[in-house]
Design a protein around this ligand. Structure first.
Ligand SMILES: Cc1cc2nc3c(=O)[nH]c(=O)nc-3n(C[C@H](O)[C@H](O)[C@H](O)COP(=O)(O)OP(=O)(O)OC[C@H]3O[C@@H](n4cnc5c(N)ncnc54)[C@H](O)[C@@H]3O)c2cc1C
Length: 328
């Protein structure tokens, strides 16, 4: 079995497949393992209440949401049983439950259990059985819309294209992404700054377009993903006073302007962390319409549609489901 992609989803699928007696071959297009997990905050979570998950991601496939919601706690226990040591036993957010891991340690723990061929990419000639775990099409979406990419640099829709060429179908929400407001150019945002430089105070800001129109929504969601969708390539956050994140943006070379009314305007752009739409899969991570093909992580779509849910949880649960179905 071929596993394309060595991010959280691909590594989890590979480790679990080996546990179950398979001998997967893992290929990774990039120069390192870990994908976006390596750059992440490492919080693997679910909504605490089922009803809240449904309410916050109303366009998502209910069966897949239930899979993630019901399986995550066991999946986390599986990670811990491998030797993963959480750096926090909860998320610190009363709306959610989960664990936080050190991203590098988690990547190393998983990668140590499988061989990965670096610099090897899924190509058109690959044949099933295949687990697609190439991380969605964040790079392509960011380039098409003139947004910043706030993710590993290699996820440009290869798994999606491969499956579509074979007749796969798509989930809902193909235009949606999970993202964060980031300091706009000329700010210098390196990948190690993706977490620190997120401009995550939008609920206290007025949002202005480039031509000064006030487009502040009446209500901003706690995760502010709605603002990331709204601001597009560039907008201004106008706030009463500075904060740590604004100062970090300023130090990175971002534009922070003192206005005549005494307030501050911060130039922001949407940074795409991962796509929300993707391949349509069933609750065993099988790509609908294709035999012997699974999609895990954010190659699979339609779970967080209309809102925000944990990409790491989706990668963990679907990675396990794909391996278990492949081995059954
Ligand atoms: C800054 C940041 C902070 C985040 N914080 C959190 C958090 O705290 N909690 C949370 O739940 N989520 C978080 N996320 C999101 C989370 O990291 C991702 O949703 C998750 O890691 C996606 O995993 P994946 O395996 O599906 O995809 P990826 O991590 O993108 O892995 C896909 C892999 O496939 C490779 N690949 C691409 N194309 C090919 C190809 N053709 N052939 C072979 N390999 C290929 C890529 O190089 C990559 O290594 C964060 C992300 C970022 C960037």
């Amino acid at each position: 079995m071929l596993i394309a992609g060595a991010g959280m989803a691909g590594l989890v699928a590979a480790v679990r497949a080996r546990e179950l007696g398979l001998e997967p071959i893992v290929i990774e297009k990039g120069t390192r393992v870990g994908g976006s997990m390596l750059l992440s905050s490492g919080v693997v979570w679910r909504h605490r209440e089922w009803a809240a998950f449904r309410k916050e991601c109303p366009g998502g496939d209910e069966q897949l949401q239930r899979l993630v919601w019901e399986r995550l706690d066991d999946a986390l226990a599986w990670l811990v049983s491998l030797g993963a040591e959480p750096v926090a036993q909860d998320t610190g957010n009363p709306r959610t439950t989960g664990k936080r891991f050190d991203p590098r340690a988690l990547t190393e723990l998983l990668a140590a259990r499988v061989d990965v061929r670096l610099g090897a990419r899924l190509d058109a000639a690959a044949e099933p059985p295949v687990v697609l775990a190439t991380g969605g099409f964040g790079r392509r979406l960011a380039e098409e819309r003139g947004l910043m990419l706030r993710a590993n640099a290699w996820s440009s829709g290869d798994g999606l294209d491969w499956a579509l060429a074979r007749g796969a179908s798509l989930s809902a929400g193909m235009g949606e992404f999970f993202g964060r407001a980031m300091p706009a150019r000329p700010a210098r945002v390196r990948e190690e700054d993706f977490v620190r430089l997120a401009q995550l105070y939008g609920h206290d800001a007025r949002v202005l377009t480039e031509d000064g129109r006030d487009v502040t929504p009446r209500r901003v969601a706690w995760h502010e993903n709605d603002l990331a969708q709204l601001i597009g390539p560039s907008a201004w956050y106008v706030v009463e006073r500075t904060n740590e994140r604004i100062e970090a943006a300023r130090v990175a070379g971002g534009r922070v302007v003192a206005r005549d009314d005494g307030r501050l305007a911060v130039h922001v752009t949407a940074g795409v962390t991962h796509t929300i739409g993707g391949l349509r899969v069933d609750e065993r991570a099988r790509v609908v319409g294709l035999d012997g093909v699974w999609a895990a992580g954010v190659d699979a779509g339609g779970i967080a549609t209309g809102g925000y849910a944990s990409g790491l949880a989706q990668a963990l649960v679907l990675g396990l489901a794909a391996a278990e179905d492949a081995a059954s």
